[in-house]
Design a binder for this molecule. Structure first.
Ligand code: FA5
Length: 334
């Protein structure tokens, strides 16, 4: 059989196959098979290279005609299918748009961030503004102006993350009390949520980085009963109205008198337990003096609560480390 016959044959089989094409998918398969860059038409054209010289003009013309004819036939079939359209769709797999979709997993705020927002919202209803301070602090704000003397064990370099002499990661949000008061005339009523750092041994209730929320209210005539009422209302708003609070005498260099606040939790098995949330007290006159407030005129209360402890109690989380392992199976619960 001559090459010319091959070309004629190819045209006949391709045209016949095209006549059978009835959906877009098989049309595309036909195009690739015959007109594609590695298709049969191209192969036929390449095979002409080896043809005897005198036959080449006729063969080349036939091959070109083949290509033009099949391309036109393809376009015509494509148009026909397009106008029939529905036939292709009828045979294609059906799409049920009423089926529930696959919801993509999207992230959300970490439970600690959610809690910080909630705390800010509760305190805003009680008239507190939100203040922030730096996490890298100096000794003036972390200790000196908070009436913590050089000899105090809290200043031991081994109990703090010092970056270099005089600069440290803050160990408490009480630093923000000083930063706010040194820049604001009384009255002040702020809360300051944020991260704090201590080289504590990590266990179920201790982390080397955790969050506190500081509260500070200084004005004329602020009393301990304002402090107790505020914290009691705060705990009821966060934990629920049935929660009970108690204040235990304690000591902090920057408050006098000082107390620790506990909340009573009722467990499903009927048992109850007091859990310490944080420290509080009346702002020590020495602190007021350090920021040039007149301690004869102004009094104030302050508190500092551990946010992880609050979250753990409310959500029944037995170990603080769950909060920082970035396990989405855990985090997605909140
Ligand atoms: C303070 O940090 C004081 N600045 C609180 C304060 C503020 C007192 C204002 C008076 C006036 P304390 O070291 O007890 O106090 O820490 C407060 C709370 O932080 C603790 O009750 C606890 O809930 C939480 N906390 C302390 N250490 C850790 C830790 N390593 N991991 C997780 N939470 C902690």
């Amino acid at each position: 059989m001559s090459l010319l016959d091959d070309i004629k044959d190819l045209r006949a089989t391709a045209t016949e196959a095209l006549g059978k094409v009835d959906i877009a998918d098989t049309l595309e398969a036909w195009r690739i098979k015959y007109l594609g860059t590695k298709g049969l038409v191209k192969a036929a054209m390449q095979s002409l290279r080896n043809a005897p010289r005198e036959e080449k003009p006729a063969l080349g013309q036939a091959a070109n005609q083949l290509k033009v004819a099949l391309t036109e036939a393809f376009e015509a079939q494509k148009k026909k299918l397009g106008s029939l359209g529905s036939k292709a769709k009828k045979t294609a797999p059906k799409l049920d748009v009423t089926l529930p979709g696959n919801r993509p997993k999207i992230g959300h705020a970490h439970i600690i961030s959610q809690t910080v927002s909630e705390i800010c919202e509760i305190c805003a209803r009680m008239g507190f503004e939100v203040a922030y301070g730096p996490e890298v602090e100096d000794e003036l704000h972390n200790f000196i102006d908070l009436n913590i003397p050089e000899s105090h064990p809290a200043r031991d370099p081994l109990d703090n993350f010092y970056l270099y002499p005089g600069a440290m990661l803050r160990s408490q949000t009480s630093t923000v009390q000083i930063r706010v008061m040194e820049n604001t005339e009384p009255p002040v009523r702020i809360i300051a949520p944020g991260r704090v750092y201590r080289p504590d041994t990590v266990d179920a209730t201790h982390s080397f980085m955790f969050h506190q929320v500081e509260g500070l209210y200084v004005d004329e005539g602020v009393t301990m009963s304002d402090l107790k009422t505020t914290l009691d209302q705060f705990c009821k708003a966060y934990f629920g109205h049935e929660v009970e609070t108690r204040f235990r005498p304690s000591f902090f260099p920057f408050t006098e008198p000082s107390a620790e606040i506990d909340v009573l939790f009722h467990y499903k098995d009927g048992s109850t337990r007091w859990i310490e949330l944080g420290g509080c007290g009346m702002v020590d006159p020495n602190v007021l003096k350090a920021v040039n407030y007149d301690p004869e005129k102004y009094t104030g209360f302050a508190f500092g609560l551990g946010i992880e402890r609050m979250v753990m109690r409310r959500h029944n989380i037995p170990d603080i480390r769950f909060l920082y392992e970035s396990d989405v199976r855990f985090l997605h619960q909140f």
